[in-house]
Design a protein around this ligand. Structure first.
Ligand code: SDX
Length: 443
């Protein structure tokens, strides 16, 4: 395949690549499209019509599924931008509501815009009182991600006035409702598992403070949110808010491409995030560190991670896009020290173990050659555990943060003039057509 300048249109030279079928000798030209930053893309939309061939890319390692203006990742240089702003700047200077506004609207809010957005979100944090009863249908020991999937999907049975995806106003109402209610849904999943009563959102608290209050307050006494912990949680929500076309975001887009209602699409995203290779990794990291137990067992587990015959992988390490340090992991590590210091947990054994594991792995040729670095999930679990959040709730917190990213991507997909239902093709290797054999002739 060669990259040729098309000389037929002198006015606006259109870049293209040519594809030669070495069997027939036919040559095909495909347009080469450029974004604002990042790799160019070969526009293969005409490929099947022109060649009769499909592409083949399980896991979409080389496939762009859409055009987007929301998030950009440069995996080789460890860069993550949200609407052009570096994640480090947002984590240091912004808060989660500001970041949510940026993801949704495309620009940082003015003071007035931020105040209105926060007020609008704050006043949608309560759930319809009947949704209470959904929780009672679950076992107390149900995984909270199962509850999140169920309750988020069930919202479509309650909010009939925000299901019409062709109406921008209804899309925004549904968007605000989900951003506002997902912390309540999450905290109530935790309370239900403990047998404690649900705590209602408090309109005088900010997003992170409200979540901590609903998680840890009880009706029996006043609960004071630790401001250092709340700020750390707010920053962690920023770090998890959006991340290009990851598995769960692609799930939301694919569900939305069929016209499914917004609550069902976000419930699908929650289900995809649950997997240990994706958002479930933070829970898996804590379980892995607990299993490793001590520094002297690190070599044993690194050997298992490198053994092709052992399914064990070093959880919290590696990434499809980052072949350098995940910039979120660096901020997460700094936040981890900050929270543990605040809570008097400096020297926490799991943190010490995680830091030693990271040090050894980053010096190990296997990890160096395969460019496996800590990702966003490597330190988050240690912080959540220090905050008193149970391991089963770690991925739930990821879902709370990612909801705004899913929603921003879903809205962008709906508004995309090129949008159509997602329907991939395949390489079929099953039987060609064959004759049916009646049961009595099969012996
Ligand atoms: C998230 O996509 C996103 O952006 C996701 C996310 C987001 O914000 O949405 O960033 C959040 O999901 C972070 C990733 C969390 N998952 C984990 O920490 C689980 C452990 N990591 C691996 O499962 C893996 O690294 C993935 C799933 C994250 C990425 O897998 P890829 O891109 O399919 O890479 P791969 O499996 O092809 O690995 C390449 C090589 C393989 O060896 P070879 O076949 O080439 O010999 O690296 C090896 C893998 O065996 N490898 C690992 C490893 N990760 C990859 N070996 C040991 N331990 C690991 N963690």
């Amino acid at each position: 395949m060669t990259n040729a300048q098309n000389t037929e249109t002198p006015a606006a030279p259109r870049e293209s690549v040519t594809l030669t079928d070495n069997t027939s000798g036919k040559v095909y030209e495909m347009p080469l499209l450029s974004g604002s930053v990042g790799p160019k893309v070969i526009d293969i939309r005409p490929l099947y019509a022109q060649t009769g061939f499909f592409t083949y890319d399980p896991g979409f390692t080389s496939t762009g599924s859409c055009e987007s203006k929301i998030t950009f990742i440069d995996g080789d240089h460890g860069v993550l931008l949200h609407r052009g702003y570096a994640i480090e700047d947002l984590a240091e200077h912004a808060d989660f509501m500001e970041t949510a506004y940026l993801l949704l609207k495309g620009e940082l809010p003015s003071v007035a815009q931020k105040t209105k957005f926060e007020n609008d979100i704050t006043r949608h944090t309560m759930l319809h009182e009947q949704i209470n009863y959904f929780y009672r249908a679950f076992r107390r020991d149900a995984h909270p991600m199962a509850v999140m999937c169920g309750v988020m999907g069930a919202l479509s049975a309650f909010y009939h006035d925000s299901l019409d995806i062709s109406d921008p106003h209804q899309r925004m109402v549904a968007s605000y409702r989900m951003i506002a209610k997902v912390p309540t849904i999450a905290a109530w999943a935790y309370k239900y598992s403990t047998g404690q009563p649900f705590m209602y959102p408090q309109n005088n608290l900010n997003y992170a403070e409200n979540f901590l209050h609903m998680m840890f307050a009880t009706p029996c006494e006043p609960y004071k949110v630790n401001p250092v912990v709340a700020r750390a949680l707010d920053r962690i929500l920023i770090l998890h808010a959006d991340h290009e076309q990851n598995a769960s975001t692609s799930t939301v887009r694919l569900a939305g491409s069929s016209g499914a209602n917004p609550f069902a699409c976000i419930a699908a995203g929650i289900a995809s995030l649950w997997g240990p290779a994706h958002g479930g990794a933070n829970e898996a990291v804590l379980n892995m560190l607990t299993e490793i137990g001590s520094k002297d067992r690190i070599p044993e587990f690194l050997a298992r991670a490198k053994d092709k015959n052992d399914p064990f992988r070093l959880m919290g390490f590696g990434h499809r896009v980052y072949k350098n340090y995940d910039p979120r992991a660096k901020v997460m590590q700094m936040t981890c020290h900050e929270v543990l210091d605040e809570l008097g947990l400096r020297g926490e054994p799991l943190l010490e173990l995680a830091m030693e594991l990271e040090r050894i792995a980053l010096e190990d040729p296997y990890f160096v050659e395969k460019k496996l670095y800590p990702n966003v999930d490597f330190y988050s679990g240690i912080i959540f555990r220090a905050m008193g959040i149970p391991v089963s709730m770690f991925t739930v917190l990821f879902a709370v943060a990612r909801t705004v990213g899913w929603i921003a991507q879903w809205n962008e997909m709906i508004e995309d003039p090129h949008q159509k239902i997602g329907r991939p093709r395949q390489l079929y290797t099953g039987f060609p057509q064959r004759t049916y054999v009646p049961l009595d002739a099969r012996g």
